[in-house]
Ligand binder design. Sequence first.
Ligand code: SAM
Length: 370
Amino acid sequence: MLPRTDILARLRETDPAKLEELRRQADAVRRENVGDDVHLRGLIEISNHCRRRCLYCGLRADNARVRRYRMTGDEILASARRAAEFGYGTVVLQGGEDPNITGEWLAEVIRRIKADPATCDLAITLSLGERSEEELALWRSAGADRYLLRFETSNRRLYEKIHPPRSPDAKDRFALLPMLKRLGYEVGTGIMVGIPGQSYNDLVADIELFKKLQPDMIGLGPFLPHPETPLGRESRPAGGDQPSNDEMTTWKMLALTRLACPAANIPGTTALATLNPADAYETSLQWGANVVMPNLTPPEYRRLYEIYPNKADARESAEEFHETWVRRITALGRGVGVGRGDSPSYLQRAAMLMETTMLLSKKTPRISRI
Ligand code: SAM
């Protein structure tokens, strides 16, 4: 692991030759650890209802301008079938923290995806915010494989400012991440780069926290101001200790994250593609990323999932997106991933767990019948 001062120096680096060296290093570590294949995950934005008031997010409960929707179980299953038809190994069910997505309702949707012959081989990733341990355990036992929950910033003071708690005793994201691991999920987290009030030292601490947590998946995107949110209105020019929310700062973070967590799955994010629709995905894949998440949300809902303005991929159909993607990946000289694309770190953990379970079962003395 790079020392703090080196991470900081690389984050502030402006020399093109040194930046290219960082990019090459991250790209080589990516190739060595997760290979050249790019895994495609079908993203389904299942609801834009949210009970939370996160200061950065356009879906926050206080934003009365959003027309809210929630997909039905049948609609979710139909989108999952599209993912399977395109050959994707994973669907990501993402949404606001919607209280009407109840534990049992979603468990049934998960069971249906896992029981349908067309979709039964798909890995299911959930990204539905801070839910109770009972709900998370229920969804895991219903068949959910992965859970994504970004901590957004490791600076506790900033974290608390931008995440007004739902109730004083609710577990925060830092407490939920180890619990998700204990429940057997493949766990993802991540941050936003350039949050007003964030510092360069905070970004260094984010990398150190990734290193400590060793998540299976890590998503990084620039903070994009939404005019209907308190943080969106809190403009703060980059400079001094305030990092920029631009592409280059995000790519530097992407590369440093790959060096800190070589075996993690790291996507090129929609937020980066929103800044630069022309080639941010490709560039991310050259700075350490190995995953892309084509959007399979039905178009009538997709435009309502406005976490920030002018979100990339809001208009293309699932077919267009898919075809473009296969072409773009091939043009980079990379392959399209086949199968679920579990992260090597998760596979190692699962194998160790299996070994321990087998060892314990051998050691447990049999109760002999008299
Ligand atoms: N509700 C779930 C949660 O909070 O984890 C998942 C949905 S949330 C909209 C998904 C991610 O969108 C967040 O983790 C956050 O990083 C990102 N996001 C939300 N508002 C954003 C903004 N203004 N700029 C950049 N990313 C944003």
